[in-house]
Design a protein around this ligand. Structure first.
Ligand SMILES: Cc1cc2nc3c(=O)[nH]c(=O)nc-3n(C[C@H](O)[C@H](O)[C@H](O)COP(=O)(O)OP(=O)(O)OC[C@H]3O[C@@H](n4cnc5c(N)ncnc54)[C@H](O)[C@@H]3O)c2cc1C
Length: 327
């Protein structure tokens, strides 16, 4: 029997999990991503030109941490932990509002990565054929018994990305496009603020309630374990929606709210604002993935929450189902 070929478009954690599941069933898989590097929203940037002693250090600018409840994902996280790729960060977050500190809240253990969360996706994908930048996929067309990805034929294709991005690849009347176009995604702005030294009371991370500007702040030095005085803050969706064309224009409001939330006594030496146009789905799809025999859909909108673990599980399950169908 000829080897079946599947294209996975999107090398975030869901696409990489799908590709690994497909390959474990003997499928010839190719992963395509338009990013300069893989990892998607598990994104890490390197500080450059800050003039600070820790210039060259990486910072997590997308997902802030991961949590684990699924036993299969636990196996993956245990493997990362055994090799020092993830570390237990904290189960206790501070809470604040514009009126001031509101105490702490305890939840599940949050895991962070000393080399940044992107390093975890890179580890999973180490032996996969991943084609990154400039591989922006432009079209996925159905053909008899398969699909063409930018004219290249495959037996099936997995679209592992936010719904609106996946819909752009399909014909307007494609049955999968209707599901994807019904999804609504919220934007987020992320500000990275790097300081000469720590000038705030210790905390790991903070939920910011009732703020029109900020939603969440993490101490990246405590998160990643090197204690560098770097804060990363995520905005609310309304502020982000108003500044998508020019994220830097929100820096004043973001930095002021950040200073107030953490009680910082000095200004950052360096800062930058990054835009996530499609950061979080407003509603989850009820199933863990979708597959109609040719086009598969996975990612964090599929399953129980817009999180790293849900994205991994969605891709892993879809990969197994696609492989079984092609067998
Ligand atoms: C600001 C922010 C904070 C978050 N915080 C947390 C958190 O604390 N904990 C948590 O668990 N989760 C968090 N998340 C969510 C988490 O990042 C996601 O659930 C997870 O990374 C989604 O992975 P994915 O593979 O589904 O999608 P993505 O990571 O978005 O991957 C999609 C990939 O598809 C690629 N792509 C898109 N279109 C094309 C195309 N046409 N051609 C080729 N490639 C294409 C993109 O380049 C991208 O790499 C956060 C997300 C954001 C944005």
């Amino acid at each position: 029997m000829t080897t079946r070929r599947v294209a996975v478009v999107g090398a975030g954690i869901s696409g990489v999990a799908a590709a690994l599941a497909l390959r474990s069933h003997g499928i010839d898989v190719t992963v395509l991503d338009r990013g300069h590097r893989l990892g998607g929203r598990m994104a890490t940037r390197t500080l450059r030109g800050t003039g600070l002693p820790y210039d060259g250090r990486v910072v997590d600018i997308g997902a802030a941490y991961l949590t684990v409840s699924d036993p299969a994902f636990r196996t993956v996280v245990d493997s990362w932990a055994a090799r020092g790729l993830v570390r237990e960060w904290t189960d206790t977050f501070h809470v604040s509002s514009p009126d001031g500190p509101q105490g702490v809240v305890t939840g599940p253990m949050r895991y962070a990565a000393p080399a940044g969360l992107r390093s975890l996706v890179e580890d999973l994908a180490a032996d996969l054929p991943v084609v990154v930048n400039p591989h922006e996929v432009e079209s996925v067309d159905r053909v008899p018994d398969g699909a063409e990805v930018d004219g290249e034929r495959y037996d099936a294709v997995v679209l592992a990305m936010p719904g609106p991005q996946a819909a752009d690849l399909l014909a307007a009347d494609d049955p999968a496009a209707a599901v994807l176009n019904a999804q609504h995604w919220d934007p987020v702005l992320t500000v990275v603020a790097a300081y000469d030294e720590q000038c705030w009371h210790e905390f790991d991370a903070m939920f910011v309630n009732d703020s029109a500007v900020l939603a969440f702040v993490a101490d990246d030095g405590r998160r990643r374990g090197d204690q560098a005085p770097v804060l990363v803050a995520h905005s609310g969706a309304v502020l982000a929606a108003g500044h998508l064309d020019e994220p830097a224009s929100a820096s004043g409001a973001l930095l002021e709210a950040l200073e107030h939330a953490v009680g910082a006594t000095a200004k950052p030496t360096w800062f930058d604002v990054r835009r996530w146009s499609l950061a979080k789905p407003r509603r989850q799809e009820p199933s863990g993935f979708a597959f109609d025999g040719v086009v598969g859909l996975c990612g964090d909108v599929w399953g129980d929450g817009p999180r790293v673990e849900a994205a991994w599980r969605s891709g892993n399950e879809l990969g197994g189902v696609v492989a079984a169908r092609l067998a």
